[in-house]
Write a protein that binds this ligand. Structure first.
Ligand code: PMP
Length: 459
């Protein structure tokens, strides 16, 4: 059945049962399932259809995975081709034509200077596996152990990645301030704030009493995603490159979420013309199926055979889907499209902020957009110029969005940043519809008589 025909709605008892059984049987750690209690049965492009027969505009896109949206024809075709060819689906890390084509296409998209002298390691299937591999690689290559990471970072859920994300104590990770205009840790923002943040990094590295021995590497996201959509200023990123290069510290760019056109460049490091030593890639490179790699300067390739192994490193379907996705984004200049459409959406959202004092900040790059929600009536904390975050309102906005058929994620330090990660294939009309629904949802959440402050009083 073509996805344009509405799916017959399942009887409410059927999908309610699915949701109830999920609640009973799945871990308390389940995440999206809590805030988005829907049962997707079909999907195409931006649209997901629920078992309830309702359609939703999906601006979560598998946490930024679906560069081409759901079930793009070129992706489906690529998967079918492998299935029909009789090719083996599981091959560990053996060479195959499918893998060869993927590597060729991936290298063709990478900055020339980097790709010309790069090696690739296929990792376990998740982004976090590739982050761990990157840490292991730079530790092996430098003989050092510590890592530099930034406030607000998110790199995954395995122990090393989690430590680098600030989610666990780990003495080997030194946390440095990420430059941000809104809620700048130095209360300044802008270029000056970024300069001070860079200066801090330099001081930590050069002060023999900083308590931070020369680390094995520095990891950063060119635009922090889960941390609340914080784009790194280009000048600051270049400074990080200079600081690390002059001290022989490998720079690891985590492009798991920013890659494949999302931010308006094929790879987000291209905005600043920074060439990292290691790139961590996952999400969109698998065209909706699990795939994760690190690509790095050949000089770092001091690993012994088997130094980083894993059973599921040869997902042929993901490689085929990924090749098709990378080629489609490249051939159709979808990164540029994400840049222009994203700028238009940001402008629309900033205009909306004028009528909604609960919008504290609108920021982003390309189609990686964040709207930070605040309580404009509450007093700023400790002399900050920004109003405090409003997590209760954020949840209400997310729910009102869902009621209006719009799926959005919440992120940021206090889960108060509404995140938009639509596919790069988003049309102008769809972008309008997304903004309209979000604006409506925001107005409804603001009006809600049940809106409560974090302390429990009704506003
Ligand atoms: N790095 C970044 C920048 C991410 O956004 C994520 C996931 N959101 C990860 C790493 C971890 O990826 P995964 O969830 O596939 O382990």
């Amino acid at each position: 059945m073509a996805v344009t025909e509405p799916a017959p709605a399942a009887p409410p008892a059927a999908y309610e049962g699915i949701l109830r059984r999920q609640t009973m049987r799945e871990s308390a750690a389940r995440t999206y399932a809590r805030s988005l209690p829907i049962v997707p049965v079909r999907a195409r492009g931006l649209t997901i259809e629920g078992a309830d027969g309702r359609r939703y505009l999906d601006c979560l896109s598998g946490a930024g995975t679906l560069a081409l949206g759901h079930n793009h024809p070129v992706v489906l075709e690529a998967i079918k081709k492998v299935l029909d060819s009789g090719a083996p689906l599981h091959v560990l890390d053996l060479a195959t034509p499918v893998k060869d084509a993927f590597t060729t296409e991936l290298f063709a998209t990478l900055p020339r200077e980097f790709a010309d002298d790069a090696r690739i390691q296929f990792c376990g299937p998740a982004g976090t596996d590739a982050v761990e591999a990157a840490f292991k690689l730079v530790r092996a290559a430098t003989g050092r152990s510590g890592l530099l990471a930034f406030t607000g970072a998110y790199h995954g859920m395995t122990s090393g990645a989690l430590a680098a994300s600030g989610g666990a104590e780990d003495v080997t990770v030194t946390r440095l301030p990420f430059p941000q205009d809104y809620r700048c840790p130095f209360g300044i923002g802008g270029e000056r704030g970024a300069r001070i943040a860079a200066r801090w990094t330099e001081t930590v590295l050069d002060d023999p009493k900083s308590g931070t021995p020369t680390p094995a590497g520095m990891i950063l996201e060119p635009v922090q995603g889960e941390g609340g959509v914080n784009p790194a200023p280009d000048g600051w990123l270049r400074r990080m490159r200079e600081i690390t290069a002059s001290r022989s510290i490998p720079l690891i760019a985590d492009e798991v979420q920013t890659g494949v056109g999302r931010t308006g460049a094929f790879w987000a490091v291209e905005h600043s013309a920074v060439v990292p030593d290691v790139m961590v890639l996952s999400k969109a490179i698998g065209g909706s199926l699990p795939l994760a790699v690190i690509v790095y300067r050949s000089e770092l390739d001091t690993w012994q055979p088997g130094a980083h192994a894993g059973t599921f490193r040869g997902n042929q379907l993901a490689m085929a889907a990924g090749t098709a996705t990378l080629a489609h984004v490249r051939e159709n200049r979808l990164a540029e499209r994400a840049g222009t459409l994203g700028a238009w959406m940001l402008a629309r959202l900033r205009a909306l902020a004028a009528d909604h004092p609960c919008i504290g900040d609108v920021r982003g790059r390309g189609l990686m957009i964040g709207v930070e929600l605040v309580d404009p009536e509450a007093a700023p904390v400790d002399g900050a110029s920004e109003a405090p975050p409003d997590p209760v309102l954020a949840v209400a906005v997310q729910q009102e969005c869902l009621r209006r058929g719009l799926i959005v994620e919440l992120g940021g330090r206090h889960s108060t940043v509404v995140r938009l990660l639509p596919p790069l294939t988003l049309t102008d009309e769809q972008a309008e519809a997304v903004i309209d629904r979000l604006a409506d949802a925001m107005a409804a959440a603001e009006r809600s008589p049940h809106r409560r402050t974090a302390t429990g009083s009704i506003r």
